[in-house]
Design a protein around this ligand. Structure first.
Ligand code: CA
Length: 470
C-alpha cells in the first residue's frame, strides 16, 4: 500500500505543466479594424507582439463576432450563445440602479465555466455587461476585477474626476469615474492601457501555480482617441493626427501583449496557455480604423462590422502558423474551452458555438458551421440627412456566401470572389437566396426582442426613469 502511495506521488509529481489544465487569457480589444494588425497586413501600424500569437498559433481569416457593437458582442462571447436568444440585442446604457440593464443572472458565463474547475479568474478592463451591483464581475464568476463598468473610458488618470457612480449624472460622465478594484474605487496614475496590462502581468505573477483565466478587455482603440508620447513617438511618419493617435493606442496594447508573453515565458507556462486575441466588433467610422478590404464599419452587418482580427495561441496543441479560412465565430471560444476543460459539464442553456479543436488539428475537414447568423436591432448608421433610422436587419454566412436582409433592400454576395461585398448577385441566384432567407426566419423564431432600452434611447430612458442618477 505504501509503495502504491509513493508510486502515485511520483506519477503525480511527474505530471508536466503541459498535461495539466491550460491557462487561458482572452485578450479582447475594442473597435479594432480588420487591417490594423501586422498579421492581417497593416502597412502603417506595427504589432510585433500580437503577431507572435499569430505566428505561433492559428489565425482565423474569417473570424466573426456575433454583433457589430460592443455590449451584445461581449454578451455573446461570455455566454457562448447568440445573445438574441436572451434578448441582449442592444448596446446597454450606464444605469447602476437598474438590475435589468445587463447580462441576466440566468445566463452561465465563461468565468462560471472556469470556476467549475477551480480556476482563479480575473476580469480586467472594460466590463459593459451591467453596472448594477448584482451584475458586476465578482457576481459573474470572477474572483478579481480591475477596471470600469461602462462602454468606454477616458485614458488619462487626471480626467478620472468622479469618485464613484453617485457622482455620475449622465451617460458620458461614466467615462470619467475612478477605476474599480473589486468593489472599491482606487487611485491610479498610469495611462489606462498600461494600467490594464500591468494588472494582467501582476496577476500572472501571483497565480502562475494555478490554472487561471484572465479576461483582459482593453477599451483601446475605442474612442476617445488619447495616447501618450511614448507610443505617439513610434509613428512620426503618420501625418493624420487621428490615425497617428489610433496607431499609438494599438501599439500600447501590443506592448501589453508583449509583457504578458514575457511573463508567461518567465514562469515556463507559455506553451500551455491558450491566448485568444480578437476585437469585439469591426473598426468604427469614427476612430480612424481601417477595415480594408472589407465593406462597412462597426454597427453594420457588412463584413467590416463583423469580421475581426482573430487569433488563438496554444503551442502544445496547435501548430505554429496555422491559417484557418473557414468561417468561425466568437461564440466558438466558449464551446472550445468547455470541451478542453470540462466536457461533461451539463449546462441549462444550449451553446451556439463549436469546439474548434478537431477542425484545427485536421481530424475534421468539414466547415465548423453550416450557417452563421446575425440580427442587428440597433439604429442604422447616419443617413445623408443626418437621421438614424432604427429597424432590424439580418445576415447569414455560409461557407462561401453571405446574405444581408434590410428593410428596403436585400443583398447576396459571393465572398470567395468578392470579399468587399461590392456585387449583389441576388437576382441571378434567387433560388438560393430564398432558401437562405427562410433559414434566417427559422433561426429568428426563437430570438427575443431586446429586453432593455439601448444606448441610443438615452433620452427616452431618462424620461421613463427620472431617478436614474439620483
Ligand atoms: Ca466595440
Amino acid at each position: 500500500m505504501k509503495k502504491l502511495f509513493f508510486f502515485l506521488v511520483i506519477l503525480f509529481g511527474c505530471e508536466t505543466k503541459n498535461d495539466s489544465l491550460p491557462n487561458v487569457i482572452l485578450v479582447l480589444v475594442d473597435d479594432l479594424g480588420y487591417n490594423d494588425v501586422g498579421f492581417n497586413g497593416s502597412n502603417d501600424i506595427r504589432t510585433p507582439n500580437i503577431d507572435i500569437l499569430s505566428n505561433n498559433g492559428v489565425t482565423f481569416t474569417n473570424g466573426y463576432v456575433s454583433y457589430p457593437v460592443c455590449s451584445p458582442s461581449r454578451a455573446g462571447i461570455i455566454t457562448g450563445r447568440y445573445q438574441d436568444k436572451f434578448g441582449y440585442g442592444l448596446n446597454i446604457l450606464y444605469t447602476p440602479k437598474d438590475p435589468k440593464m445587463g447580462l441576466q443572472l440566468s445566463e452561465y458565463t465563461l468565468a462560471d465555466l472556469f470556476k467549475s474547475k477551480n480556476y482563479i479568474t480575473s476580469a480586467i478592463g472594460k466590463w459593459h455587461l451591467g453596472a448594477h451591483e448584482s451584475l458586476r464581475p465578482l457576481n459573474r464568476g470572477f474572483d478579481e476585477f480591475f477596471g470600469f463598468l461602462t462602454g468606454g473610458h477616458r485614458y488619462f488618470p487626471d480626467e478620472w474626476i468622479l469618485e464613484d457612480e453617485t457622482e455620475v449624472k449622465s451617460q458620458s460622465d461614466a467615462y470619467r469615474t475612478k477605476l474599480l478594484r473589486n468593489n472599491k474605487r482606487v487611485e491610479e496614475n498610469e495611462y489606462l492601457t498600461d494600467a490594464l496590462s500591468r494588472e494582467a502581468i501582476n496577476f500572472i505573477d501571483r497565480n502562475n501555480d494555478n490554472p487561471f483565466f484572465i479576461y483582459l478587455a482593453y477599451n483601446a482603440p475605442h474612442g476617445p482617441l488619447q495616447a501618450t508620447k511614448k507610443y505617439l513617438d513610434r509613428y512620426d511618419k503618420i501625418e493624420d493626427k487621428r490615425r497617428k493617435t489610433y496607431a499609438a493606442m494599438v501599439s500600447a496594447v501590443d506592448d501589453g501583449v508583449g509583457g504578458i508573453l514575457e511573463k508567461l515565458k518567465h514562469h515556463k507556462i507559455l506553451d500551455n496557455t491558450i491566448i485568444y486575441f480578437l476585437s469585439d466588433n469591426g473598426g468604427s467610422k469614427f476612430n480612424s480604423s481601417d477595415n480594408y478590404p472589407l465593406r462597412g464599419y462597426k454597427g453594420e452587418l457588412y463584413e467590416g462590422g463583423l469580421k475581426v482580427p482573430f487569433v488563438m495561441h496554444w503551442p502544445v496543441k496547435i501548430k505554429p502558423n496555422t491559417v484557418f479560412e473557414k468561417p468561425v465565430i466568437s461564440l466558438d471560444i466558449f464551446a472550445t474551452i468547455k470541451s478542453i476543460i470540462n466536457p461533461n459539464l451539463k449546462l441549462n442553456n444550449p451553446l451556439h458555438g463549436k469546439n474548434l479543436i478537431p477542425y484545427l488539428n485536421g481530424n475534421d475537414n468539414n466547415a465548423p458551421h453550416e450557417y452563421l447568423f446575425w440580427r442587428n436591432n440597433g439604429h442604422q448608421p447616419p443617413q445623408d440627412d443626418g437621421t438614424r433610422p432604427r429597424y432590424i436587419t439580418w445576415a447569414l454566412r455560409t461557407l462561401n456566401h453571405k446574405l444581408l436582409i434590410r428593410r428596403n433592400d436585400s443583398m447576396f454576395f459571393d465572398l470567395d470572389n468578392d470579399i468587399s461585398e461590392s456585387i449583389n448577385i441576388k437576382d441571378s441566384l434567387w433560388r438560393s437566396f430564398n432558401f437562405l432567407n427562410s433559414k434566417i426566419q427559422e433561426w429568428n423564431e426563437s430570438n427575443l426582442d431586446p429586453i432593455f432600452l439601448g444606448l441610443k434611447d438615452n433620452k427616452m430612458y431618462n424620461k421613463l426613469n427620472p431617478d436614474r442618477f439620483k
